[in-house]
Design a protein around this ligand. Sequence first.
Ligand SMILES: Cc1ncc(COP(=O)(O)O)c(C=O)c1O
Length: 439
Amino acid sequence: MRTAAPNRPYGHPRWGRPRPAGASGGGTARPPPRGTPAYRVVMTRIPHETSGEPNPLHALTLDRLRRRTSMKWRTHPEDVLPVWVAEMDVPLAAPVVRAVTEAMELGDTGYPAGTAYAEALAAFADERWGWDGPAVERTAIVPDVMLGVVEMLKLVTGYGDPVVVNPPVYPPFHDFVRHMDRRVVEAPLGPDARLDLDVLEDTFRRVTAGRERAAYLLCSPHNPTGTVHTAEELSAVAALAERYGVRVVADEIHAPLVVGEARFVPYLSVPGGERGLSLMSASKGWNLAGLKAALALAGPEAAGDLARMPEEVGHGPSHVGVLAHTAALRDGTAWLDALLAGLDANRRLLAALLAEHLPDIRHRPGEATYLAWLDCRALGLGDDPADAFLRHGRVALTSGLPFGTGGTGHARLNLATSPEVLEEAVRRMAVAVERRPGR
Ligand SMILES: Cc1ncc(COP(=O)(O)O)c(C=O)c1O
């Protein structure tokens, strides 16, 4: 059933196939077969080859995006507008395209070798965060961040050991930890969406009483709230970890995606962070989830732990993924800056749209990530507003329920899209509220 048909155009004719006159923006129009001139024209006109860095969020039409075959675009029928999973509606940064294209031309599709990814991250960290800490010899490539998290947790915990997380948090923090036979223990964020250090301390005290080993899986910056932890907060975390003998594994995948005044602080850089382990990646910042690769980093006192990581873990990352991530970090900073400016504009747009059309949604714009965490409890849509938005408005957000404590009545919206799609998403959400049962 097609409901809430969108009524305004999405077209950015510079990059996309011109929209057929009268077609709705819902994307039901079929894409032209691959190889048609329109397709080739789009593929050869990468914006970054020209002067300046245009906002990549303005580059693609909805029709073109619907030709993608990834999870965001293939999970729901075509009349659903997807603003859920963490994929961005952007063309790739030109340096990434060049690196991958060159690899294809050379047939350079063997196994990964060398430390170029770690070197590119080290240079990026120095320039971006003023951190000269990621020593290449204390890094290892891993297949992706979540598999890296699993491997790091295996290094510092054993069967049945507790792993502390801060809900609401990225659902795989619960799932992956459970699947590796560790015990998830929640230490919820405070009402201000920041780490609650008292709750964290209580939790550390509780889980370490009579136990040898415990770990804390920190999400920094935090998905879904976009909270950027301060140096003071992270230093306090490190002190608590030291006091209670808890090992910290920091998932820092969203680190490149910090906007405005906030400053990302690498966990390994704070006093006491020397025993920490971290996972970093170009995957979120440059939209490379399909090009599998990530880096595990160890503080100086955790180098021995990282050295115990089984060699075969390093066989998992894709060589082409490593090339792409390396190019992004090394040569993709201008593109990243253009993206961050676009995300900042979208953040402000979303706040304005919600204030106008859905004022009962409570939303605190985050300082990082491209995700917006929406408190929809006042809308009367029940525990799972994302389900109501989907069924009654044909717009797909991520359900808050699997984020753990604090997720009920919430939904997560991905604002890494064009302003037009964002407007349409909010319009559809408002339609869903209008159509909610019992109204
Ligand atoms: C906090 C966090 N960690 C990990 C991932 C997944 O990363 P990867 O695909 O490298 O496992 C995501 C994806 O959105 C994420 O938000």
